[in-house]
Design a binder for this molecule. Structure first.
Ligand code: PBG
Length: 334
């Protein structure tokens, strides 16, 4: 049998000329964690090159990231004081995170695109993504949405280019959009965690963001986030949630996690014609890192392969912990 399909695979040039998908550094968004009240920055287990930064180290990190060609960021602010967030006790603006947004924007201005995660889990005593009822067995929807809109308004006012609600309450996109528009912040984008699944791949993140659900001083019967994040077996729920967020005014939609949900990304990005992002979450990123550390994978090749799959499946942008190493990874693999 003579060569047939293999002919285009024979040289790097013919492979390059015939491939349809390859990620660009400009498509990657680097998550940042900034923590109030720590003296020195801390590394995050499993996430090579990712830190829980201090306000000072955050600025140095972004400076270095710009030099590596990264211009887009997703900021997670972790304040020192935690809120009870129960009953009628509703958290207000998140002033620590606002101060970090102002610091980044006054230093780097329009050189950076700064998205900011909007959720309550890093700010509440119980680690749930919303405000609990008195008995601790339910996350209240509408008061949570109110609190999220207030937080998002503060972030946008402080200079965020984009707010990214990750809480999974109903109706938050409309509430945030209305709140922003009324405050004259109609240019701030909303990146919605539209298809966010109740996943086991968020482990390292919860260490980084100090956001694991936990028992506090008062009773909590909720042990996980299953009452608001999407069930892994329920594609239709993901579609319905994404359609709702699109109708409520989201500018960019997201699937999260990435690799275990590539089918979801593929189908959703074909049926809803908004820009799609995908979050390569901490557990899937760390899985590659740990295999590479054991000598069982070449890390740069494995990361580029995963990013290529996201682009092929329909994403225009990728949130990944490896954005700051991407230029070097891509140079080694193309
Ligand atoms: C919080 C939030 C989570 C992530 C982003 N925002 C975790 C969660 O829902 O528990 C996960 C990111 C990652 O694992 O990298 N609402």
């Amino acid at each position: 049998m003579a060569l047939n399909n293999r002919r285009i695979r024979l040289t790097p040039q013919s492979r390059n000329l015939t491939r349809a998908h390859f990620p660009r550094v400009e498509q990657l968004i680097q998550p940042l964690f900034v923590v109030e009240g720590i003296r020195e920055r801390e590394s995050v287990p499993g996430l090579t090159g990712v830190y829980r930064d201090t306000p000072e180290s955050l600025l140095r990190q972004v400076e270095a990231d710009l030099e590596s060609g990264v211009k887009s960021f997703l900021l997670f602010g972790i304040p020192a004081g935690k809120h009870a967030a129960r009953g009628t006790e509703i958290p207000g603006r998140n002033l620590f995170t606002e101060s970090q947004i102002s610091a980044l924007k006054s230093r780097f201005g329009s050189q950076i695109f700064l998205a900011v995660d909007v959720c309550l889990c890093s700010t509440t005593e119980h680690g749930q993504c919303g405000i609990l009822n008195e008995t601790g067995d339910h996350v209240q929807n509408d008061v949570t949405v109110e609190a999220l809109a207030i937080a998002a308004g503060g972030f946008a006012q402080a200079g965020a280019d984009c707010v990214a609600p990750s809480d999974m309450m109903d109706g938050r996109i409309r509430a945030i959009r209305d709140h922003l528009d009324q405050a004259g912040l109609e240019r701030t984008l909303i990146l919605s965690y539209a298809a966010k699944f109740h996943s086991n791949f968020y482990g390292p993140f919860r260490v980084a963001a100090d956001s694991a659900p936990k028992a506090g001083s008062k009773p909590v019967t909720l042990k996980d986030r299953a009452t608001y994040q999407i069930d892994p077996g329920n594609y239709r729920d993901a579609l319905a949630s994404a359609e709702r967020d699109a109708a409520e005014g989201a500018d960019i939609l997201m699937v999260k996690p990435g690799l275990p949900y590539l089918d979801v990304l593929c189908r959703l990005s074909e049926s809803i014609l908004l820009p799609w992002s995908v979050y390569e979450v901490s557990g899937e990123y760390a899985a590659i890192e740990i295999l590479a550390r054991e000598g069982l994978m070449r890390r740069e090749h494995a990361h580029v392969e995963a990013w290529t799959a996201f682009i092929r499946a329909g994403a225009q942008s990728i949130i990944t912990y490896g954005a700051r190493e991407a230029r070097s990874f891509l140079n080694q693999t193309s």
